[in-house]
Design a protein around this ligand. Structure first.
Ligand code: SF4
Length: 477
């Protein structure tokens, strides 16, 4: 969600006359998009702001803005701690940023504007995507659940659903620009429709994506196990461009801890969903999120988590050590687990999830996979001559590519045989006469490169940088 918001912030600022800062130049404006979900968000922010103090003294025209979840939560504290910040804005009004910057400059004083409910869906704002072939599409924001470890409901508010027509129109417009892959985005995608009273809305939306010509890959993140229904499984299995991939947070395998977390499903329900998904989509890769060391977690609870993880045969587990988030109910629970125990369980967990991921990846050896060549991932590695992209099930694939052949463009599709597997990626061979499908996304990449060379950005434009303070996501990817 934050990455999506950062793309919107860049798009808004470009529409307002800014240009992206180039390496080696100084920016006229820096925007920090913060995240309060992970630990140390505030230390990171204030560390960064502290480093900018001297620069602000030297050049009072240089502007600093802070937005995102931490800004929503801490509001005035940011200006109290770093009075040289020009603008503080929340998660609900990112569209106001250009006006707030102009107002701060004109009035010569900091502007703090935080709204309590959403002003405009982020997807309705201009965007500057990093990728020519892939895009996020927000279908809902906010969450009606109250997981006790999570700060999201208090910062992003209750779930708000976009109307299906608007979502599909946005996807069609993206496809017309050359996008061939979309990821439907929401805190809780499978409760989509709750606001306008249609429980089957998410499955219907997936099926409607199947009717969009030129849309090759559809993904979504994240569904909640409590609301996961069989109509969604059927829609996934029966819609040709919905990818065989499911990321569904488990968080804990212990029913007692799930109850403490206020996650309203139990491990058997979770495993039952995976069974039905695998029956309907046998080649589905399944990933999850796990929190270790939630307050009062015993060794027995932890063993339950390991049991459910092993039974689930996850392709990837994103693993997190529990840490207190001020403002969440779990932060006040009495039985907090010591750092040493959390660390020790975390290390055992990593060993199990790494072994599982490796075993699951080894099952891919010998298969021929379709790989969508990625933007930053797509560049040829000079040492190994490998290309990188994602398979249909989202596995990361490095492809041996003939030295003498030109590389396909980001957004093109390549077929290759998997020859080796590591815990978090596959190695595949394209052969001496690789099979490549040139796509509209690849053409869009060419057009973008040509346009960037032909029309250098006007030097007179102020330069900006949007810094996503959530980039250090802990993952095994
Ligand atoms: S469902 Fe997800 S976003 Fe909603 S409260 Fe739980 S963890 Fe947070």
């Amino acid at each position: 969600m934050n990455v999506h918001d950062s793309e919107r912030l860049s798009g808004l600022l470009e529409a307002a006359g800014y240009a992206p800062v180039i390496a080696g130049e100084s920016a006229d404006l820096l925007v920090f998009n913060t995240c309060a979900v992970r630990e140390n968000a505030d230390n990171k922010l204030y560390g960064n702001l502290g480093q900018l103090y001297e620069r602000k003294l030297e050049n009072p025209d240089f502007q600093i803005a802070v937005g995102g979840c931490l800004a929503q939560k801490d509001r005035k504290t940011i200006i109290d701690k770093a009075p040289w910040v020009d603008v503080v804005f929340g998660t609900h009004n990112i569209g106001s940023l250009p006006a707030l910057l102009a107002r701060a400059k004109h009035n010569g004083e900091a502007q703090i504007e935080i709204l309590e409910s959403l002003e405009t869906f982020p997807s309705d704002l201009p965007t500057k995507r990093d990728s020519t072939y892939s895009a996020w599409v927000s279908i809902s924001v906010g969450c009606n659940n109250t997981c006790t470890f999570c700060i999201v409901p208090s910062l992003r508010g209750k779930e708000k659903d976009r109307r299906p027509g608007e979502i599909l129109a946005e996807i069609e417009a993206l496809v017309a620009e050359g996008v061939i892959e979309v990821t439907l985005l929401g805190q809780n995608v499978n409760t989509y429709g709750v606001e306008f009273g249609d429980k089957g809305a998410f499955a219907k939306l997936l099926r409607a994506c199947g009717n969009i010509d030129g849309l090759e890959r559809v993904r979504f993140t994240s569904p909640h196990p409590a609301a996961f229904t069989d109509d969604v499984i059927a829609a996934m299995a029966e819609t040709h461009n919905v990818m065989p991939q499911l990321h569904m947070p488990l968080q804990s395998g212990s029913d007692r801890i799930l109850k403490e977390m206020k996650r309203s499903y139990r491990s058997e329900k979770y495993l039952g969903i995976l069974d039905r998904v695998r029956k309907a989509i046998p080649d589905a890769s399944i990933s999850t999120d796990i929190i270790v060391g939630f307050p009062s977690e015993t060794e027995e609870d932890f063993q339950e988590t390991l049991r459910v993880i092993k039974e689930s045969r996850f392709a990837i587990c994103y693993t997190f050590q529990y840490s207190k988030r001020p403002g969440t109910p779990a932060a006040d629970l009495p039985e907090q687990i010591s750092k040493e125990i959390v660390q020790e369980r975390y290390e055992r967990l990593l060993e199990v999830v790494n072994d599982l991921a490796w075993a699951e990846n080894k099952l891919q050896i010998g298969k021929r996979v379709e790989v969508l060549i990625g933007n930053s991932e797509g560049r040829k590695d000079d040492r190994t001559h490998r290309l990188t992209g994602r398979a249909r099930d989202s596995r990361l694939v490095h492809i041996n590519w003939p030295v003498e052949l030109a590389a396909p463009r980001p957004g093109d599709l390549v077929w290759a045989e998997v020859v080796d597997a590591k815990p978090y990626f596959l190695i595949a061979d394209a052969g001496i006469t690789p099979e490549v499908k040139r796509t509209r996304a690849g053409d869009a990449f060419d057009a973008f490169e040509e346009a960037s060379c032909a029309t250098p950005v006007a030097l007179s434009k102020p330069r900006m940088g949007v810094i996503d303070l959530n980039v250090s996501v802990k993952s095994n990817d």
